[in-house]
Ligand binder design. Structure first.
Ligand SMILES: [Zn+2]
Length: 225
């Protein structure tokens, strides 16, 4: 008899086999059991049987999923949880006329990405995607970092429109650091890296690298210049 997907509520100390990759808006539960060995073996079988998805075991405690160690001691909150999305955001995400959708972060946390408009420094309207919270217990707040794992959610390259590109956004490519030939100025919207490789050299060691004497930077033969 398979009771693995029976409905909530989960009980204290229950082991849950969950899908950890790929993640959807609803966490996929494969098995629930109080038998640790049964949970482990179910998890191993699922991992062996599926090439494109991954599974792991969590323990249920205090309304949340937790990581635990080999002695079954609670370690910390699981990144994967049963998130509850606020109904208005669910509806907005499904509505094709709304410029916004629910995105599931790689850690499992769902957030709402909303299309907004701002003025750039030339006074032109520029569209950008703003992440905001959309959970039952926390919704409608603009966020820059994932509240669950801390990773940044703002795509800097998307946020900076091309005309905003200036020297302050330009950093020396790794293969050009300490090279005599490095130029690195912006003309219009294009960076001129050097005369020999205008777009730069990004495939390992540049054959035209010339170390600046006394710069302390290793040349391509790994000797101090
Ligand atoms: Zn995250």
């Amino acid at each position: 008899m398979n009771t693995s997907k029976s409905s909530l509520p989960y009980k204290y100390g229950e082991y849950l086999v969950i899908q950890t990759h790929p993640l959807g808006q609803t966490l996929r539960l494969v098995k629930r059991t109080f038998d640790y060995q049964e949970a482990r073996s179910t998890c191993e079988i699922e991992n062996l049987a599926n090439d494109y998805s991954a599974y792991d075991v969590r323990v249920y405690h205090d309304g949340k999923l937790w990581y635990f160690d080999s002695k079954k001691k609670l370690l910390k909150l699981s990144l994967e949880q049963f998130w509850h999305i606020q109904v208005d955001y669910k509806a907005a995400s499904r509505d094709l006329n709304t410029d916004g959708e629910i995105i599931v972060h790689r850690c499992s946390y769902p957030y709402f990405s909303s299309l907004r408009t701002r003025l750039n420094r030339f006074g032109e309207a520029v569209e950008y995607w703003q992440p905001l919270t959309c959970l039952v217990e926390d919704w409608g707040n603009d966020i820059e970092n994932c509240p669950n794992c801390g990773a940044t959610l703002i795509d800097i390259e998307e946020y900076d429109d091309e005309e905003d590109l200036d020297d302050s956004h330009f950093s020396t490519p790794k293969s050009c650091q300490g090279c005599l030939n490095f130029h690195g100025h912006i003309y219009g919207n294009n960076a001129l890296i050097c005369g020999m490789h205008p777009s730069g050299w990004d495939d390992g060691d540049c054959p035209d690298y010339e170390g600046i004497p006394g710069s302390g930077v290793l040349d391509t033969n790994n000797k101090l210049c």
